[in-house]
Write a protein that binds this ligand. Structure first.
Ligand code: DC
Length: 220
């Protein structure tokens, strides 16, 4: 049976960087589920659908064909045949994603795709509901978090490095709002699975967190 590690937690906790490194070290495939929700949100934005138009979200999500391929060790997300990796990391798409991911039909469609991927290969999968809904029988579940201030500072540094004009207070406010939406939605809210191990990365380096997860996995 394929092996799996589930990493859940709020935005900016370092999930994707760490999950990618853990996958590489163990020879697993890294599956970034947030990118799938982001591709869906991009489709809705392109269709001119508003975050609160739930009927339109339900009907249009059926028309969005999202597929995942792994090319040169990187996950590539295709939306209706186009590689959208370069378009899904904006704040606009991020905020739309958090809004549309409350929708039951959107979630059902993407969870099915995620479960199929994990049936076929050993995966490290990160998201919000991996340990609770997508892979309830994962071999190891980690809930990775950090304070909102630390997460905002990390995001701020990334944006400054990309020469994007930004404001730390606004970024922290966005993070707090997004956490609230992700943790308080009716369907599959972000929460720590009962059998997940809590790691707070506020005072840990990426390397320390990665090593800890590898140690936990080897110890199971
Ligand atoms: O991990 P990320 O920042 O790329 O995720 C973007 C949004 O997608 C996040 O605000 C909530 C949603 N999401 C989700 O609801 N379930 C997942 N498994 C992954 C992401």
């Amino acid at each position: 049976m394929a092996k799996s590690i589930a990493i859940d937690g709020p935005a900016g906790a370092g999930k994707s960087t760490i999950a990618r490194q853990v996958a590489q070290e163990l020879g697993f495939i890294y599956v970034d589920t947030g990118a799938m929700y982001r591709a869906m949100a991009l489709y809705m934005l392109k269709e001119g659908i508003g975050a609160d138009e739930s009927e339109k979200i339900v009907s249009s999500c059926k028309k969005a064909d999202i597929t995942i391929r792994h090319e040169n060790n990187e996950q590539v997300v295709y939306l209706n045949g186009d590689n959208v990796n370069g378009l899904i990391r904006t704040e606009e798409v991020g905020n739309m994603t958090s809004a549309i991911s409350v929708n039951k039909e959107v979630r059902e469609k993407l969870v099915e795709l995620q479960q199929k991927l994990a049936e076929a290969t050993d995966v490290v999968m990160d998201g919000r509901d991996i340990g609770t809904v997508v892979l309830p029988n994962a071999d190891l579940k980690v809930y990775l978090t950090a304070s909102s201030r630390v997460r905002a500072e990390r995001r701020y540094k990334e944006l400054v490095a990309k020469k994007v004009e930004c404001n730390l207070e606004e970024i922290e406010k966005d993070i707090i709002d997004r956490d609230y939406r992700d943790m308080n939605r009716d369907i599959s809210p972000l929460k720590q699975a009962d059998d997940a191990i809590l790691l707070d990365s506020s005072d840990m380096t990426i390397l320390e967190v990665k090593d800890k997860i590898i140690e936990l996995y080897k110890g199971i």
